[in-house]
Ligand binder design. Structure first.
Ligand code: ADP
Ligand code: MG
Length: 349
């Protein structure tokens, strides 16, 4: 349905490996002084004044992405976002990325140009240098591995382990939209299989579909917290779903948590999509994943600094470890959080 309209197909063999790397990367600029050597030698060289943070992710076609509804430009952009989000979750500034690719001969040069257009857009918007990578062939499908590098002052790095009992639990943006966007895309894919002439009207779902196809890492939140002079006590990005990320913070910090259902921020389009698909919106926020929002804890003393900010919502507080991690429902019952959402839901299924 979102097929590439570009009919030109240049075989990758024509260019050869070096020609291909050169072709894909020639328009990338180096913008950071700390990048001493980018693409073009055996290794990149950089010189950070602060501590270096580094994170990597591997994305596999058919496991992590489906090219039947993911345009390659979006895939390139999202692959970068997923990594930058991890850098920001350390409260660091991202400076550079590497991109490693394995592609089968099913992909023409034009497909990789699209992928790199997405990578280039992400690099420009988020101001990161492309400093290297690797390119190889695959017997089937596409694999992309991106590594993101960043820097942060040692005292500003936020680990998962710093939360204390009574700290407030805060989340940026809203939750569950990327998951519901995927439900819509999956449904349309099934409709398309039956009737390829059917052009879906995705306009009522534009926000949630965009959250699935073009997530934005929350660099702005890291900058906002600096401006507000709030140093989170712990932080993580939401890739798997609120519930499992809360449990990561609890485990690393050796604390418990009360999460309040009524506080979980949901976009109205998520609520209506949940009604349409007959799924529980709290469950979607807890276990949907791919939101790439930041989840962090702050000292209660910092509450006044973040209070009323539309990008931030206090959704709970941390407790003693022995109290455990709970969802406090709208009906004021406490349900133990599990990585999949909450206990009672799983046993009912
Ligand atoms: P090597 O043989 O030392 O691995 P390559 O020929 O694979 O070197 O790569 C040459 C240069 O191009 C290196 O700087 C490498 O980091 C960069 N590079 C290779 N593939 C990619 C890619 N897909 N995207 C960006 N840079 C790449
Ligand atoms: Mg190589």
């Amino acid at each position: 349905m979102l097929e590439d309209k570009n009919q030109e197909r240049t075989s990758l063999e024509k260019l050869g490996e070096f020609g291909l790397i050169d072709h894909l990367t020639k328009n990338f600029e180096i913008n950071h002084k700390s990048t001493l050597k980018g693409i073009g030698d055996d290794a990149a060289v950089f010189d950070h004044t602060e501590k270096t943070v580094l994170t990597t992710d591997l994305l596999i076609e058919g496991v992590h992405f489906d090219l039947s509804y993911m345009p390659l430009k979006h895939l390139g952009y999202k692959a970068v976002m997923v990594n930058l989000s991890d850098v920001y979750a350390m409260n660091a500034t991202a400076t550079s990325i590497t991109v490693s690719l394995a592609v089968s001969n099913r992909f023409p040069l034009e497909a990789l140009e699209e992928l790199y257009a997405g990578i280039a857009l992400a690099a420009k918007v988020f101001n990161v240098d492309l400093i290297g990578g690797d390119t190889t062939s695959s017997t089937s499908g596409m694999l992309i591995s991106i590594t993101a590098i960043g820097e942060a002052k040692e005292e500003e790095i936020t680990y998962r382990s710093g939360a204390k009992p009574n700290d407030l639990l805060v989340v940026s943006g809203d939750l569950g939209a990327a998951y519901m966007g995927l439900q819509v895309l999956d449904r349309e894919k099934e409709v398309f299989k039956v009737n390829p002439n059917n052009q879906p009207d995705l306009s009522p779902y534009s926000y949630i579909v965009e959250r699935q196809l073009k997530p934005e890492a929350r660099k702005d939140i890291v900058e906002l917290l600096k401006e507000m002079e709030v140093l989170p006590t712990s932080m993580i990005d939401i890739s798997d779903g609120l519930s499992s990320e809360i449990l990561h913070l609890c485990k690393s910090s050796k604390v418990g948590c009360n999460l309040f259902e009524e506080k979980i921020p949901l976009d109205p389009t998520v609520i209506s999509a949940c009604e349409e698909f007959n799924v529980d919106s709290t469950m979607v926020a807890l276990s949907g994943g791919e939101d790439y929002e930041l989840l962090f804890t702050i000292s209660q003393n910092d509450f006044d600094k973040i209070k009323g900010n539309p990008s931030l919502t206090v959704i709970g507080h941390m407790t003693d470890e022995r109290e455990g991690a709970y969802l406090v429902t709208r009906g004021n019952t406490k349900i133990e959080l599990t990585a999949q959402g909450w206990n009672s839901f799983n046993s009912d299924n």
